[in-house]
Ligand binder design. Structure first.
Ligand SMILES: Cc1cc2nc3c(=O)[nH]c(=O)nc-3n(C[C@H](O)[C@H](O)[C@H](O)COP(=O)(O)O)c2cc1C
Length: 194
């Protein structure tokens, strides 16, 4: 019979530091999302099995496009992003928002219930209209695990390319577009999210 010994915060911190040191240089290096979960484990907010469950959960993805109503001024967009990143971090949602002259495209990914609930709110948001769901699917892994909501202003050509590749079979394929990957690679890690 196994016995569990409750660890205090310092011991949990040491355990995580040890695990990270062991994983260094391997494919198991935790990404931003995993680090966030581990920080919540250290703080005593999640049990280790919950961290594991969340890491192993299938990822539900929604890709949609919409039209801003009216076009959002830069400060309003910044406020929207800050609010989104805080909410998304707390609800294990990651993704990407692209914006071009009043047109949006957004990919949301995370636990199915959380993504569906957020998308329902987003669809009722009066700041945009003509919302078209391009893809909704389950996938094995996050595409934007490093970003509580990556953001990039794009050109009309780039947005048209994304809409064009949305005819692809999946959201994963659509955003695997090299220029989308490049945009996200160029973005600094969003430090304004917790
Ligand atoms: C284009 C667009 C993208 C959005 N993305 C997110 C998001 O990723 N996360 C988020 O919490 N809110 C996002 N929002 C804001 C939500 O629509 C909504 O304001 C927020 O969930 C609060 O919901 P409530 O006003 O019904 O309480 C987005 C809004 C727009 C217009």
């Amino acid at each position: 019979m196994s016995t569990t010994y409750p660890l205090d915060e310092a011991a949990r911190r040491r355990a995580v530091a040890w695990a990270e040191a062991v994983a260094a240089g391997t494919s198991l290096v935790p990404g931003r999302y995993e680090r966030h979960l581990l920080a919540r484990y250290v703080a005593g907010e999640l049990a280790l099995h919950e961290v594991e469950e969340l890491c192993n959960q299938a990822v539900y993805r929604v890709l949609y496009r919409s039209l801003a109503a009216p076009p959002l001024a830069e400060p309003m967009l910044a406020a929207l992003l800050a609010q989104s990143r805080e909410y998304n971090t707390a609800h294990y949602i990651t993704g990407l928002l692209l914006h071009c002259e009043g047109h949006f495209a957004q990919l949301l990914e995370g636990p199915a219930a959380a993504v569906r609930a957020l998308f329902a709110h987003i669809q009722r948001d009066p700041r945009h209209r003509r919302i078209v769901t391009l893809h909704a699917e389950l996938g094995p892994a996050r595409l934007f695990g490093e970003h509580s909501m990556a953001y990039a202003p794009v050109t009309p050509t780039e947005l048209a390319a994304l809409n064009g590749s949305a005819a692809a079979h999946s959201a994963a394929e659509a955003v695997r577009n090299p220029w989308v990957r490049q945009l996200v690679g160029l973005l600094p890690s969003p430090t304004d999210g917790p």
